[in-house]
Design a protein. Structure first.
Length: 345
């Protein structure tokens, strides 16, 4: 029996389309293929019919062979965040019903028509978000919320600086700092991105190119010499020395990205004198329990802000799954402001 483009066996759709990494390297290694559908959900797991998926740097790194998916996740199908509707639930699932609109994070495999995840890795999509907008939310906002508030404990009246202010996580961090009553500073390599970021709550900004130490002087001016309380570094080693020098006493540095390198020298005396705290964090490789906690906090504290419009997903461009190569090229160009999203038709 044929149901649209899907072959049904015993009343169950058993095929799906997915973005597949056929070989590591350039975008020519990306293809859309029809594969056997993911397994039926068991226990407390849920199958989601994916309608849109966000594109992340991790997908590019996985494509080039530099960032394999964690054990238990597809090495061929990329995708860390998704939006869709509940399609099937396991016999022990209690949180969701078929047809509910949900979004969430996963270790891989989200750029496919169907995905199976634990039920506590999902949150309900607010009615005011469409599929593409919803898919632009989970990785950016959960990462920013976890880094700023769960790790660094950003407080009312403090200052926060984010590198790569025009990225999806950067734009989310700026908005969350604003609603929390903190002042947001930012860096980027282009003035255009910094100007666009100001509409989301960025207070002060500086272009940082060859000499990251210009950041230190800018922070001194912005904070009257006090330094910034929290730095969210999405870039990496190139900024490390400047970060340490720009932090206030008892400042907190959260390391999230390594696009500008993963190794740097550390001056212990500065860290000790300022009583600094340095965190490292990623979402992808965390345990199911940790992801469930991060998702619960996201659902409790961020989803209501999305529903009322206090914070918003920031989308650069939306591509169809068939245009995934163009989507990768767009992100690799570093010209995007906000998220690149794939619709999964």
């Amino acid at each position: 029996m044929v149901d649209g483009k899907h072959l049904m066996v015993n009343g169950r759709i058993n095929r799906m389309k997915a973005v597949v990494i056929t070989k590591h390297g350039g975008v020519e290694g990306l293809e859309v293929k029809e594969l056997e559908r993911v397994a039926q959900p068991v226990a407390s797991r849920v199958c989601v019919r994916v309608r849109a998926a966000g594109l992340n740097r991790a997908d590019i790194l996985q494509r080039t062979g530099h960032y394999p998916a964690p054990p238990g996740f597809s090495q061929e199908i990329p995708g860390l965040e998704f939006a869709g509707e509940v399609f099937e639930v396991g016999n022990e699932a209690r949180l969701w019903k078929r047809g509910q609109r949900v979004f969430g994070i996963t270790g891989g495999g989200a750029q496919a028509e169907y995905l199976v995840v634990p039920e506590d890795h999902l949150a309900e999509i607010p009615a005011n978000l469409d599929w593409a907008e919803a898919a632009a939310v989970p990785e950016a906002f959960i990462t920013a919320h976890d880094a700023l508030f769960t790790r660094a404990h950003l407080c009312l009246g403090e200052t926060m600086l984010v590198h790569a202010a025009g990225s999806g996580v950067g734009a989310a961090a700026i908005q969350l700092a604003r609603v929390a009553g903190a002042k947001a500073f930012g860096t980027s390599r282009t003035a255009e991105k910094l100007e666009r970021a100001k509409q989301y709550g960025l207070n002060e900004a500086i272009i940082v190119n060859e000499d990251p130490q210009v950041l230190v002087k800018a922070v001194e001016q912005w904070t009257s010499g006090a330094g910034v309380n929290v730095i969210l570094d999405l870039v990496g080693a190139k900024y490390f020395e400047a970060n340490v020098n720009a932090l206030s006493a008892r400042g907190r540095l959260v390391l999230v990205g390594t696009t500008a390198g993963a190794r740097a020298m550390l001056d212990f005396s500065t860290v000790m004198r300022k009583r600094l705290t340095i965190f490292g964090t990623t979402l992808r490789g965390r345990s199911n329990e940790e992801k469930a906690t991060a998702t619960r906090l996201f659902a409790e504290q961020i989803v209501p802000l999305l529903a009322e419009g206090s914070v918003k997903p920031v989308i650069d461009r939306v591509y169809t799954m068939a245009d995934v190569r163009e989507a990768h090229l767009r992100m690799e160009s570093n010209e995007n402001f906000g998220k690149v999203v794939l619709t999964i038709d």
